[in-house]
Design a protein around this ligand. Structure first.
Ligand SMILES: Cc1cc2nc3c(=O)[nH]c(=O)nc-3n(C[C@H](O)[C@H](O)[C@H](O)COP(=O)(O)OP(=O)(O)OC[C@H]3O[C@@H](n4cnc5c(N)ncnc54)[C@H](O)[C@@H]3O)c2cc1C
Length: 479
């Protein structure tokens, strides 16, 4: 992965930069000992790492503002960081940057059950947002599989989704407002505890902006009453294409399950060996979950089961109890860990129109043969968000590059069939140089012009999102 040459003048000025930050911030806020910054050298895309100059861990928006003001004055690049679980390398440092991590900002600032909102500091983990309201019968809907660890800040930056976003939408559909600190230290409020605001819809711009426009320190989120009940059904098929066609037909029928998850044979076998969830040894598994009152669940199940049977399933297992539901979900929830036991893997994230699932799955199988690398498919099939997991050996010379080349072909395929490069993990460094397949030069130019407005010095989260070639002139001009 190509990265820009770090600025030698900034690196040699490390002591001066650290001294100014230390003087302006409370004791213990700035870490610069390489032994202590080690944990910040990479994120979930662990194939790439780099030691940052220093790490700043503020406790308040005012401290974030003070830190950014100094970095702005000294032209030091800043990489915002939540929990560091990005799979796209969104929080990967450069050697001339400081990491600004908001993990210490975890407070709940306001809960208004009547208005169904919660306001939190963005270092709070996704799961802990639900944790703050569940005793009152509410929950926060977006549910990335990493929800135990990932922070709301990262969710907003990546517009994260999860298994249950088919019905409830992704982060952008559940975010009402943010407090954001601009690169020069200015604190700004965008949106609020209401559905829409006057003026330009800047909130939609901030959600998914991958730390390019500002550092988000507080968020107002929508919370929802917990549904009366939920029940999954497990459906097994002897062909990926048939399973894909079943998903397509369920969506076409107009029922709205809360989740439709897909696993193929390599994933099923890996999870059975790992979690022993009792899955059948078939080519493809679907988990379809519906929510509501018992009558609503029965009504939706009737349609889904009729469609499933039309495609000749080898297994059709409805859950009749919370224990059976947990068992049906057990394998899916263990899938990433189980694949990890088989070797190194790269987790892709592309989105396609649901109708293209059968074709794309077949083509991924062909690419797997062509490149000689095994692929396991586990993904949110209901909204076409694919997560092919390419297995490789990180210790074998050339395998990472081969794996990346195959991943690029799969992501280009997603674009070719009318989808896009990312569903929920973001672009980061992983898909940065593929952006030219998705966007014409004029389209990229508009996106970069937006960054010019928010971050004229191009200091925030360098080398991410925009192809290095397309952004070169701007980065040089900003030096
Ligand atoms: C096992 C596993 C499963 C996963 N499953 C899912 C899934 O189901 N769905 C999904 O969407 N993702 C998933 N992810 C990816 C990842 O968890 C999400 O992208 C998550 O939102 C990242 O949050 P984070 O706090 O770890 O952010 P980080 O990794 O720390 O950062 C992510 C991005 O956010 C930016 N950022 C961080 N803090 C701020 C801030 N305060 N202001 C502005 N920008 C900021 C960073 O610069 C970076 O670009 C998974 C990851 C793992 C490891």
């Amino acid at each position: 992965m190509e990265m820009p040459v770090p600025d030698a003048a900034i690196i040699s000025g490390k002591d001066r930069i650290v001294a100014r930050l230390v003087a302006a911030l409370p004791p213990g806020t700035v870490i610069s000992d390489p032994a202590e910054t080690l944990a910040y050298e990479c994120d979930g895309l662990a194939a790439y790492s780099c030691a940052p100059l220093a790490v700043i861990l503020p406790r308040t928006t005012a401290e974030v503002s003070a830190a950014l003001k100094i970095c702005h004055e000294m032209s030091v690049p800043v990489v915002p960081r939540g929990a560091g679980t990005s799979l796209a390398g969104g929080a990967t440092p450069t050697a001339d940057c400081v990491i600004l991590g908001i993990a210490r900002m975890t407070e709940v600032l306001e809960v208004d059950l009547d208005s169904r909102i919660i306001r939190v500091e963005t270092g709070r983990t996704n799961l802990a947002v639900t944790g703050a309201v569940e005793e009152h019968g509410f929950f926060y809907a977006p549910d990335p599989s990493s929800q135990l660890a990932c922070a709301i800040a990262g969710n907003i930056a990546m517009n994260s989704g999860g298994a249950h976003c088919l019905k409830y939408g992704v982060t952008t559909n559940n975010l009402l407002g943010v407090t954001m600190v601009m690169m020069d230290g200015t604190v700004t409020e965008i949106g609020g505890a209401y559905l829409d605001a006057g003026g330009l819809d800047l909130l939609a711009l901030i959600c998914g902006s991958e730390g390019q426009l500002g550092v988000v320190t507080e968020a107002t989120l929508r919370i929802l009453p917990k549904p009366e009940g939920a029940r999954p059904v497990l459906i097994g098929y002897d062909s990926n294409e048939v399973a894909g066609a079943c998903v397509s037909d369920i969506i076409k029928a107009g029922v709205l399950p809360v989740a439709i998850e897909f696993m193929d044979r390599p994933c099923i076998r890996a999870t059975e060996a790992f979690a022993n969830a009792g899955y059948p040894d078939c080519e493809a598994l679907l988990i379809v979950e519906v929510e509501g009152s018992p009558a609503e669940i029965d009504e939706q199940f009737a349609i889904i089961l009729e469609i499933a049977r039309r495609h000749d399933p080898v297994e059709l297992r409805q859950s009749a109890s919370p224990e059976e539901s947990a068992r049906i979900w057990l394998g899916r929830k263990s899938a990433f860990g189980a694949m990890g036991q088989m070797g190194d893997y790269m987790c892709l994230d592309g989105t396609i129109p649901v109708s293209q699932l059968p074709f794309v799955l077949r083509r991924i199988g062909e690419l797997s043969d062509e490149f000689g690398l095994k692929v396991g498919n586990v993904f949110h099939a209901g909204d076409g968000n694919m997560h092919p997991l390419i297995l490789y050996d990180a210790n074998a010379p050339g395998q990472l590059e081969l794996c990346e080349a195959m991943g690029a072909e799969i992501l280009k395929l997603c674009v070719e069939v009318g989808g896009c490069l990312t569903g929920e993990h973001g672009v980061g460094i992983e898909k940065r140089d593929l952006m030219t397949y998705q966007y014409a030069p004029e389209d990229l130019e508009i996106q970069m012009a937006v960054k010019d407005v928010f971050d004229p010095g191009w200091l925030l989260n360098p080398a991410k999102v925009f192809p290095l070639g397309a952004s070169a002139a701007r980065r040089v001009a900003a030096e």
